[in-house]
Every structure is written in C-alpha cells, then in structure tokens.
Design a protein around this ligand. Sequence first.
Ligand SMILES: [Zn+2]
Length: 658
Amino acid sequence: MRLGLVLPCLVCLSISADGGLVRVRVPLHDEYRRLRELGLDVTGAADSVVRGYADDAARARIRAAGYEYELLDDSCPPCLHEFYHTYQQVRDSLRALALRRPGICRLETLGYSVQNRLLLGLRVSDNAGARENEPRVRFDGNIHGNEKLGCELVMFLAYMLCDSFGVSSRLTALVNDLEIMLVPMVNPDGAVANQRQNANGVDLNRDYGYMWNAWGQSPAWFSQPETRAQRDDCERNEYCLSLSFHCGAELVVYPWGCTPLPTREQPLFQRIVAAYGTSTGYDTSNMHRWYQVNGVSFDARYGLNGTPEITTEIAWRGAPPDSVEYYCLRNKEAMLGFMTRARTGIHGTVTDTATGLPVPAFVRVGPPSAAQRWFFYSSQESGDFHRPALPGTYSLSFWAPGYAETTVAGVAVPDTVNPVRVDVALRRDRGTAAMRVVCVQQNDTAARQNTTAPHLVLGPADSLAYSMSCGGRIVLDMGAGTEIVDGPGPDFIVVERPSANDTIVVAVGDSWNGPWTTMPLAVGTCSFDLASRSVPHARYVYIRDASRRPNSQPGAGYDLDAVVAINHNSGTEERVSGEATRVTAEQTTVRHVLLLSASPFALHSSLFDLSGREVMHLRPGPNDVRHLPAGVYFVSGRMANGEWRMANKVIILPAGRA
Ligand SMILES: [Zn+2]
C-alpha cells in the first residue's frame, strides 16, 4: 500500500536529503496553508490528512507546531515495472508506431531532459506531416516521474488510435478531423529514477510560468528543460484542449490552482470535467478548492495560451500493480469524448486583407462587459482557430501585431455539438503592441482578490489593465518579426491605467529569459528610448512593480494597460551576417558524448539541431558546458553588441570514432 507507515528512523537515512513524502493529520482541510508555511510541498489534501514532501527541517517545524505525521514510501517496488513502460520502451514503441503508421503518425523531439533523455511527442492525424485546418488536442502524462499510470494512458491512446484507424469509423473520424499530440513521458529522468521530481530535484508541475511562486523547489519560472520543452510546444501549436494525467486521487480538476477566484470560463470547465467524471466515476473539483498550487501546468496553458486544460488524477497510487488495463478501459470513453469536444464551439481563419495570407492573431472573446473576456490565438502557420465554447452569443475581437483590431459581434454558438464558423480578414496598421504573456508572478495575498487578468495587457491600450500587485513581475512578447527597434525619439510606451501612478522597473531583451537591459526607473505611463541604453532591438519586455504599498487591496501594484511599440520591425526579414563563431569540441571519456565549450569570443552561444530547434544555450566560461548525444548540430554565437553571428556546423561522433 502506497500510504503505508514506514519507520521514521529508517527512512530518514535514505531520503532525508531530498525531502520525504509525509502524511500529516489535520482537523481542518484548510490547514494545508499553514503546513505550506512550515515547509511542506503539498501534493494532496483531504478532510483529515494533507500529503506532501518535507525535508528534515520542515518535518521538525511541523512536529514543533503540534502536528502528527507519518513518513510514506512513494517509490514503486522494482517488481512492478513489468506492468509499466520503461523510458526505453516508450522511446522504441513510439518510433515503431511512427514507422508502422507513417501516414498518420509523426514522432517529434520536443527537447531533452536534464540527463539528455528525449522528450518525445507523437502527433497523430491524417496527413501527419502537413499542417491542416484542424483542431489540435494534447494529452500528456508522467510529469511526476513516479506516477506511471499517466504514461500508460497516453500510450494506450497512441496504440488505440493507430490500430483503429481505418477499422473503427469513430476513431478514424477523430484521426481525420483532429491533430492529436501525445506526450506520454514529460519527465523521463524522474520516471527512470522512480521519483516525483526531475533530475534536478524540481517538481515540474510547480515550474510553469503562470503565477509561478517558487513552489516545489523550482528556482525560477520555466527553469527546467522539461517544462521549457512543453512550453515551446504549446506556443508553437495553438492547442484548443489539453489533458494532463496524474495520480494521487480519483479526481478530475480544473484551473485555477493559484487563486480561489473562478476562471472566466468556469461553466465550460465544469461541463468538461462533469462529462469526464460521469464517464469514469471520478469526482470533480476546482483545483484551488482541493488545495492551492502555484506554477502548475493547467494554469499556464489557460493563462498564457488560452487553452483549456484539465487534470485527471487517475488512481490513488502512482503505479498500482497489474491494473493498467482496468484504468485504460475506465478512462477510454472519457478520453474519446474529450477529443470530440474539440470540434465544437467557434472555428474560423484569420487572414490578411491584402495578401490573403494567414495571420497568427490574438482573439478576445466575451460579452461587451470587457473585464469578463477570455482569449485564445489563431494558428501561427495557417491562421485557423478552433475553440470549444458553451452555447451563447459572443463578441470576438481579432488583433495581431501590425494589424488593426476587428470586432465581430453577435457570434452565436447554437448548441454543444455544432460549431459556428467565423472567418476574418485583418487590415495592416502601423501600430503594434505586446501579443503574449510569457511569464507572470504576483503577490500571493493580492492573488486571492485580484479580479484583473494578465491578458488584459495584450494588444493596444484600451484602459483595461492588469493590476500587477506590489512586487509582481511580468514578461511580455512583442512578437517575432515585430520587435521594438531603436529609431528616432522614444521607441516604446508602457501604459498604466489613467489616474494611476505606480513605480516600475522596465527591462528589455531578445530572449524571454534574458539577459535583460534595465531601462530608467519609471512612474505611471512612460516612454522609453532604446538608444539610452545602446540597445538596437528588443523582442521581450520585463516589467516589475517597484512600489512599496501593502498588497491588501485587489488593485495593488502597477495597473498595466499595454506595452505599445512606436519603432518596430514590420516584416520577417532575418539579419545573417558576420564571421563564424569559433567553437571548440573535445572528446571526453564518456561514451557516445562529447563536451562542448563555447568560444571566449562569443558572449553567448546557442546550439541548434538539424530541425532548427535550439537544444542548448551556452554561457561563456568553463562552468556551463554539458554533455550532448552524438549527432549534427549548428552553433550560433551572440556578440557583445547583441548581434547573432553565423552558424558553425559541429559533428559529434560516437565515442571511439574520433
Ligand atoms: Zn502528479
């Protein structure tokens, strides 16, 4: 039994370094907040017990505060592995499926784990290699490495879709009509080590950048390669629905985790989880009502991408023996019903009036009472969008950097089966503004009552603002191809709600994760000139509230309305010039890998694989080199003036073939 009592003295010897899993008895469910303050990383809460991870010091504080706890064993015995896919089996099975069904499967490498294992996704659709006008749905599992059932359910979907294509008319229709992304093992290092966290000891489901708050040993928002790979996939592909599998209860939960306030689409989420719960017999709950959690994946999908994501807690135990088939069959109908929902709601395409070419647009949806609006994006490659929505009449505002906003009112979604189609052509316009929230953090006290939302910042100034909370931070993306550039006079304006006058620190950079160049301190609505800091261009803007007021009011902090670019790129031309970066490659004694060190001539270097995907970012100096699998890579270096220099090809041979 997973929650079995383990003798404390034995367990302290083996797991005290990382923090052990404990179960604490509490009189009230709400006491998880107090336990969190004492250092418990909460992973589940019920009426009389709270479960979570606590190291030696935290356990001492919990004991001193008068709570009783038991240490639990969260690993699964080795003998159970015969029932579950290992990392190698997942990798080999996905490859085999893609080879066996090349017409409907495409295997994608989303990135690499801390220990350089592949982060794989199988895209299942008719014409799998082509981008078609179809809703995209995503399933992932095993973000917690010891929750092995999640991986099994996603693998089950992969087999079922591939084996039933052309056989079952219902499953064939799903493959024909949708693009289904399957990521069975988000955390392969944790799965191999049979632990919740990744190889850096970070709980990946606390590492996401929406209302991130340093939970679960996460040192920074999107700090881990595993979460970055998922982030990048979700930003490249505008998923209209997403489902993440976990273990630890029999429960279907929906956002928010970070605040007790409801999402703007609470009735839609309730409808989705109710259908899943009815089919499976699982309970349903809002996440925060179960227990508060910050930096969780579904808050980021919904808060950053506008994608409704739910979590299914499949079973009380992460790896129950000999019951994989039972849970697959129990969830099968619910998973298929979830996919079917992708074909409902609002669909359409966004194009350019002049060229007819697709436009990746930011779409705000709502009744005219604009503060209640929610949002999504149209596809980057083909401009199409697909979004489940409950029956009702909506007003849709379409906007993209470099285009004028166009509103379509009176869009009626007739019922929960038939979608409504809305095709829109956008007219070019001189202005541009921030088009994505990349990461955001706010003060936890303010979060409980802050009814404004970060996405209100996006698009042109409209006097609808996001209250950042005192000390809150946000990173905004101005859009690829529409970066701010240094031109005559001020280059961009940070707009605060009229009549507000709060203080902020503003910084700019070419990467969402810095390095940042800090601009002069600002109060209220302010304009900035990149020339004042000798910065030629900036795609990302970082803003931190610097006021020192209490966070007790709902509107605490800077009231950020918009970030508007005055001088900006208007096309997609790329600058490629300069001489090659010098890169040295040395063989090491480790099998199949080489050590790569960046040239001292480059400030920063990035490594790209053959598909053009950035697989590694290298900072100068001896401490930032890492092992790489054999293969062909391209290295590009960024010079002191911020310019990217030309790429060098690097071939890394397997050991023994130097
Ligand atoms: Zn989990």
